[in-house]
Design a protein around this ligand. Structure first.
Ligand code: HEM
Length: 411
């Protein structure tokens, strides 16, 4: 399989055209809803659009539960992973265990220097013209993070394809496409067997490697809770499927937004050239606010809950309702985000919800905050960064995924 096969063929037909049209205008629709109908309900589905209500929905995890467990079961073969859990003792134990082996102190310099040097090498080799999604962001992310987790490609297979398909099934398949399910039914057991094989090989190889798998096996051998074989196995698959496909979605989206704004691009380039990584990150995450990971995250209402109690918009969301929590809309809400249409690389941290909020806040948030800007930094440092001529110089998407963006620069 080539990198071309990582994403499934672009959806076609009237439905796909309507979705693409809707996404083009989604910010205008959200703005209208925030003003006149901030908590719309259609049958068994409801949507929260204002910043305060989005935060309330994420905080109210006793009423609005993550809907991920059923599909995670398909991927994991029934072994629970904390992304699918409520706030239970098991959730607390599993996340605390995994924080012992995915450590804050790994971010700098271990991961930052690996991301920075791989990205720089690829930009240098590409000689003045590069495709930002597959040839830069996806390559760097998979190479560095898979090495950090301690997971290789299954023999004759490509982890990029497997994890991206499983990610699509888990997070971007609301219609439950049967063709995707057939692929998942083949790929998920293959990935599980491969991880089992890696764990067995490490155990019998006798070599201690300081990566996430090596650390977890060591703690498991010492009998520490949270590190049974099943827990290590499902955490690794969860990180691979839930985490690694995303940086290649959002890094190109941020660059596309910078390319649309010459003054913001020039200012991001100045930060990159001055090695001011904090300012560079400010530019990248602000750019991403204009095209974040998704329009909303989904929750299942498990008990009646009144959102925005005591206000004119107070609305009871009934048990059984699917709640769409629009973090995209929240990040454009002028009630909390000053001048939201203005590009401002010096916003406050709470104005961003790129990585979710409250209980299920992204487990990889510290990694992402540090490494995403570094993937784009070598491009922004080059002179003459511009879109490639024609259509290939504008970011295209396939379904939920960034697909292609060619840029040129002085080699
Ligand atoms: C830049 C890329 C990424 C973005 C934008 C992102 C975004 C998110 C978001 C929005 C959530 C919350 C989901 C929800 O509440 O429904 C989440 C959760 C999660 N993310 Fe990320 N993520 C990224 C990369 C990663 C990476 C690299 C990892 C690898 C460690 C990772 C691991 C996780 C895990 C394990 C959860 C579940 C946390 C929990 O249930 O407590 N993510 N991510």
């Amino acid at each position: 399989m080539s990198d071309q096969d990582v994403l499934r063929p672009a959806p076609k037909g009237l439905g796909a055209a309507a979705t693409a049209f809707g996404m083009e205008h989604v910010d205008a629709v959200f703005a209208l809803l925030r003003a006149v109908w901030p908590i719309p309900r259609f049958g068994k589905t409801a949507l929260v659009t204002r910043y305060d209500d989005v935060r309330e929905a994420f905080l109210s995890d006793d009423a609005f539960a993550v809907p991920y467990a059923a599909k995670l079961d398909v991927i994991m073969g029934g072994q629970p992973f904390f992304l699918g859990m409520g706030d239970t003792p098991q959730y607390r134990l599993d996340t605390a265990a995994m924080r012992q082996v995915v450590r804050r102190e790994d971010v700098t310099p271990r991961l930052t220097s690996a991301f920075a040097s791989r990205a720089e090498a690829l930009v240098a080799q590409a000689d003045g013209r590069i495709e930002v999604v597959a040839d830069l962001s996806r390559r760097v992310t998979f190479e560095v993070l898979c090495d950090y987790f301690g997971v290789t490609d299954p023999p004759g297979q490509d982890l990029k394809v497997i994890t991206t398909r499983l990610f699509e099934f888990q997070f971007a398949d609301p219609g439950n496409d049967p063709a995707l399910r057939r692929e998942v039914d083949a790929m998920a057991p293959l990935l599980r067997n491969h991880i089992d094989g890696l764990m067995a090989a490490r155990r019998h190889g006798g070599v201690e490697i300081d990566d996430v798998l090596g650390r977890a096996l060591k703690r498991g051998a010492a009998g520490e809770p949270g590190f049974s074989d099943d827990q290590i196995h499902s955490a690794l698959i969860g990180f691979l499927v839930g985490g690694v496909p995303q940086p290649p979605m959002v890094a190109p989206q941020a660059l596309e937004q910078l390319l649309r704004r010459p003054a913001a691009l020039a200012s991001a380039q100045a930060a990159a050239r001055a090695d001011d990584d904090a300012s560079l990150a400010g530019h990248v995450f602000e750019a991403l606010r204009f095209d974040p990971l998704a329009p909303a995250l989904m929750r299942t209402t498990v008990k009646d809950h009144q959102i925005a109690a005591g206000t004119a918009r107070a609305t009871v969301i009934k048990a059984g309702t699917t709640l769409l929590v629009s973090f995209r809309s929240a990040m454009m809400d002028p009630r909390r985000i000053p001048s939201p249409k203005v590009f401002n690389p010096r916003r406050l941290p709470h104005e961003y919800l790129h990585f979710g909020y409250a209980l299920h806040t992204c487990f990889g948030i510290h990694i992402n905050q540090a490494v995403l800007p570094l993937m784009l930094k070598p491009l922004l440092q080059r002179q003459g960064l511009r879109r490639a001529p024609g259509a290939e110089g504008r970011l295209t998407k396939r379904g939920a995924f960034a697909d292609r963006l060619w840029v040129e620069y002085e080699a």
